[in-house]
Design a protein around this ligand. Structure first.
Ligand code: SF4
Length: 376
């Protein structure tokens, strides 16, 4: 069935019912306890593609370390990476900082107060602009995310793939823009998302305890399982990479066991700090280069590889684990010769203590690689 939302537009009683339910059932999050524009922005960006269980402790730590937009602008890349560790998709943190720079440089640190003005902030799209402007400035602009799409698909009994198309999303945007509570737009948006996250869940909708079941066409027609139809699957591209782990004992830079991390200059996860990554065409060159180096004490390819998915890439990573000899100047020599041989791969480099390696790498792929190395 195509998207027909006329009953939701004609009888708006569901909005009040939804808001009452939200008042009694909303989850307790730190950004709800103490609402600020800066905090709302940070938590929104963090929670895109990351679960709340992961976001909450990272949010608290982030706000403690960088309590204001000017702190975010002036913090070092390293600090930002550490604060973002565990959240994945580090590009989001970089965009966040670009947005903060815009606000400090172009608006003297004053946040925009309208949906339209938020769209001028680099890195902020329609979804984030609607969240912040509705929650913090009571602007009546509806939010449409995956949870809202699912709730609307079920409430309208829509089982057409149209729901996932730009036209379908446009219709849902029109619906929520029309039905949003003008007195409580931020709560309306949060209630819709909260309903999708906690009651109208993808696999196990709790229709029996749903506040809007009397307005839900799929519930009435017993077609909840058919709504929405699954999102069309993305086609995945397979990618094979080598990750290089280089370890040394008691070098000049770090006492005890140390690991080499690099700021990647290109390729997958570029601009993030992690293990050097080599594409298929560079694998042989890497192994050949390592075989020639007298400062390499041992090298091995770990038996188990690491699987990871980034957007539409299914990545298989083979881990090459190298230990350097313990001799004067070898840590610097390795980096100098490595940069010379693979200049396109490395923007920066750093030896870090083995004990903090897992916390220092920024991406979940790097953490998986490190877990694999630690296991072996
Ligand atoms: Fe979702 Fe069921 Fe509520 Fe309908 S009644 S909105 S399907 S939880």
């Amino acid at each position: 069935m195509l998207l027909d939302d006329s009953h939701l537009r004609d009888d708006r009683n569901w909005v009040g019912v939804l808001l009452n339910w939200y008042d009694l059932n909303k989850r307790d999050f730190p950004w709800r306890r103490e609402k600020t524009t800066y905090g709302t922005w940070i938590c929104e960006v963090m929670s895109q593609q990351t679960t709340m269980a992961v976001v909450v402790p990272r949010y608290v730590e982030f706000l403690k370390a960088l309590p204001s937009v000017s702190d975010l602008v002036s913090c070092s890349d390293e600090t930002l990476r550490e604060l973002w560790s565990g959240l994945g998709y580090y590009a989001r943190a970089r965009n966040l900082r670009k947005g903060a720079e815009y606000i400090v440089q172009n608006r003297a640190g004053v946040f925009p107060d309208s949906y339209e003005d938020w769209l001028h902030v680099p890195g902020v799209g329609p979804y984030t602009a609607s969240v912040i402007s509705s929650i913090c400035f009571s602007r009546a602009k509806g939010c449409v995310d995956g949870n809202v799409i699912r709730v609307v698909a079920r409430m309208t009994g829509c089982s057409s793939p149209e729901i996932w198309s730009e036209t379908g999303k446009g219709k849902i945007q029109d619906l929520v823009d029309e039905c949003i509570s003008t007195e409580r737009p931020g709560d309306f948006n949060q209630a819709m998302m909260e309903l999708g996250a906690t009651v109208c869940q993808k696999l196990s909708p709790a229709c029996g305890s749903c506040p809007v079941k009397d307005f839900c066409r799929a519930f009435r027609n017993d077609s909840v399982r058919a709504c929405p139809v699954p999102k069309p699957r993305k086609s995945f591209e397979s990618v094979e990479l080598d990750a290089l782990s280089v370890q040394i004992l008691n070098c000049e830079q770090v006492p005890g066991e140390a690991v080499l991390l690099v700021g990647r200059a290109s390729g997958f996860l570029s601009q993030t700090m992690g293990f050097p990554l080599f594409g298929q065409g560079e694998r042989d060159a890497l192994m050949h280069w390592l075989g020639e180096k007298s400062f390499v004490k041992s090298s091995r390819v770990l038996e188990k590889s690491v699987s990871h998915t980034i957007t539409n890439h299914q990545i298989q990573v083979r881990v090459v684990d190298v230990t350097l000899k313990q001799q004067s100047g070898v840590a610097d020599d390795f980096i100098a010769q490595f940069k010379d041989q693979f200049p396109h791969l490395i923007a920066s480099s750093r030896w870090v203590s083995k004990s903090i390696t897992g916390r220092t790498v920024a991406s979940s792929l790097d953490r998986k690689i490190w877990e694999n190395i630690s296991r072996f």
